[in-house]
Design a protein around this ligand. Structure first.
Ligand code: ATP
Ligand code: MG
Length: 561
């Protein structure tokens, strides 16, 4: 192994743990061509140091006691699983499809896949059989791993998938046609590492599908595990932390913050398996009772958590971060008033690791995503690849031609057209619009497709949604462009009210008046519609595209009818 790499990794880790973030750019890190994160980082640098510490602590509503596994135990079980899969004929490069809920055996599947050089395809347990068929067709897996809750859907999808030699592994219990994970107990606790290259495929991730059908994103042995040092820096992980990330397996955010950021640091990953719908009060009690030190949650969960009386709890929290969607200033304000900690936003995509963030201890400008993370050279670009001046809105883009390592993905499976669209002019275009202020802070405006074009103005929905959230009766909203014969589009807000608030003309007038006082006239919503809930992706992101389409269909029906 290249000692220089391991030294650089150790230096970066020490800098992050000591919070000396300004020194991060002093360390140059070259990842050797021949690279496997489990062999080169996890086994030599993490497991020996944290061998007897819990890697996982899982609390479930249907279990009387928390389940814990140490780093050593997880490494042993990773090797046993790998030996078993190899004995079944699974080889380097084969694809492993995994779909389960928050199951304690998930982590060994990730580790075994990396060590064995398999390509891992994580899927969310909420997917339907049709979603699974779509994924099987794209991915042709050789191994399928599931938990009991998902076997029926998997079996149904397998009827349409013609491969005969699939290894079907069940994480819990027994089921006809499935091999129970307990078979690995007899395997050896040592295993060889596959001879992987740093640019080999490691993950095929499906994006959230907020704007259309999910894309299949390829990450490599380098881009993902090492790229997530930016995620660890953003969270601000320290020795002895217990990290809780509110997320479900299958999405990139889970791999970011439940796997790679903490496992690069020997942190304990805390998991809470709650039955039924998200219950904000229960979540807060768990965060208090299990003495969580670092918390990561998406805005969709935070908007519910801040409805509770935060001052009623005694938390052990040191760092709180949010990612996945834009974080409204109002949430940061209420969180800070209730808990005394600033919620720090971090921006990234399935296609990347954490790219822009507010680091611990830095000045947070409420409503800004922060500054570029240390591995990323990020500009606001126009369509011709030129950097735009401060305060001008353009696409967030990553410079890819500097020779510097970062965590940007390698390719989209089966979509060269999309690839050519995003990799242009030596840049990776994220498809998100933002501007930068004079202090270097980035301000999210909206997804490219969500930006409203009204008269000569370009209007981002995020700013308007953030103002709407300041109205007490409003829990969340989605702002979209509704077609208009003269202006092109006019601003329309779909609004969800808090429990107990009643829809009325008077309330609509109050909201309108509030917006007039807080927003430039062209940004004030001209149309308001109260709705019981907003359309969201299965990972909880607002699908404005769905609202736009429904709006236009309704208008067309009115015109023809
Ligand atoms: P699809 O690409 O399939 O339409 P998606 O873009 O929602 O789905 P993800 O990769 O899960 O899939 O999400 C990344 C996107 O989420 C970003 O491009 C951005 O639009 C949004 N996002 C993530 N974090 C933030 C943040 N902190 N602030 C604003 N937007 C964010
Ligand atoms: Mg996307």
């Amino acid at each position: 192994m290249n000692n220089n790499f391991q030294e650089s990794f150790a230096r970066l880790k020490a800098i992050i743990q000591e919070g000396r973030y300004s020194s991060l750019s002093d360390v140059s890190m070259e990842i050797p061509d021949n690279f496997n994160w489990v062999r080169d980082v996890f086994e030599p640098l993490i497991v020996p140091v944290h061998a007897d510490q819990p890697m996982l602590e899982l609390v479930s509503e249907d279990m009387p006691q928390p389940v814990t596994f140490t780093y050593r135990e997880e490494m042993d079980r990773c090797n046993q699983l790998l030996n078993f899969l190899r004995a079944k004929g699974v080889q380097q490069g084969d694809r492993v499809f995994i779909m389960c809920g928050l199951h304690e055996e998930l982590w060994i599947s990730y580790l075994a896949a990396i060590k064995g050089g398999f390509v891992l395809i994580p899927a969310a347990s909420i997917l339907s059989a049709d979603d699974i068929i779509y994924r099987f067709e794209k991915a042709s897996p050789k191994v399928i791993i599931a938990d009991r809750d998902n076997v029926a859907k998997m079996d149904q999808a397998l009827l349409s998938y013609k491969s005969s030699s699939v290894v079907k592994l069940l994480l819990d219990g027994e089921q006809n046609g499935w091999i129970s994970l307990s078979v690995i107990n007899g395997e050896k606790k040592e295993a060889n590492t596959a001879d992987t290259q740093k640019n080999d495929d490691l993950f095929w991730f499906f994006t959230s599908g907020t704007t259309g059908m999910p894309k299949v994103v390829v990450h490599t042995h380098a881009t993902y595990p090492i790229g997530h040092l930016t995620t660890a820096a953003w969270i601000g992980l320290r020795q002895g932390d217990k990290h809780y990330n509110i997320s479900q397996p299958g999405w990139a955010k889970f791999a970011w913050s439940c796997v790679f950021a903490p496992l690069n640091f020997g942190t304990t990953v805390f998991i809470y398996k709650q039955k039924g719908r998200f219950d904000a009060a229960k979540q807060l009690r768990i965060i208090q009772d299990y003495q969580i030190t670092t918390l990561c949650a998406p805005p969709t969960a935070l908007r519910l958590l801040v409805q509770e009386n935060l001052g009623d709890y005694q938390f052990s929290l040191r760092e709180c971060v949010s990612a996945g969607e834009p974080l409204n200033a109002e949430i940061i304000k209420v969180w800070k008033e209730g808990i005394g900690i600033e919620l720090r936003d971090g921006y990234g995509q399935t296609e990347s690791t954490c790219m822009i963030c507010n680091l611990p201890g830095s000045k947070v400008k409420f409503g800004s995503m922060g500054k570029p993370a240390f591995m990323y050279d990020i500009i606001i670009a126009d369509e011709g690849g030129r950097e735009l001046p401060v305060y001008e809105t353009g696409q967030i883009a990553v410079r890819m031609d500097t020779g510097r390592f970062n965590g940007v993905f390698k390719s989209y499976i089966g979509d060269p057209e999309k690839e050519n669209e995003v990799f242009r002019h030596g840049l990776y275009y994220t498809g998100d619009k933002a501007y930068k202020d004079k202090d270097g802070y980035f301000w999210f405006v909206g997804r490219d497709d969500d930006v409203i074009k009204s008269s000569d103005y370009r209007i981002g929905p995020f700013e308007i949604e953030s103002v709407l959230l300041e109205v007490d009766e409003i829990v969340e909203s989605a702002v979209v462009g509704s077609s208009h014969p003269i202006k092109g589009q006019e601003v329309k807000a779909f609004i969800v009210l808090a429990a107990g608030s009643i829809v009325s003309r008077g309330l609509a007038d109050t909201i309108f008046a509030y917006c007039k006082g807080r927003l430039a006239p062209y940004k004030v919503p001209r149309l308001i519609e109260f709705v019981p809930e907003l359309p969201k992706t299965i990972s909880g992101k607002i699908r404005r595209v769905e609202l736009r389409t429904a709006e236009e269909q309704r208008k067309a029906a009115r015109e023809t009818g």
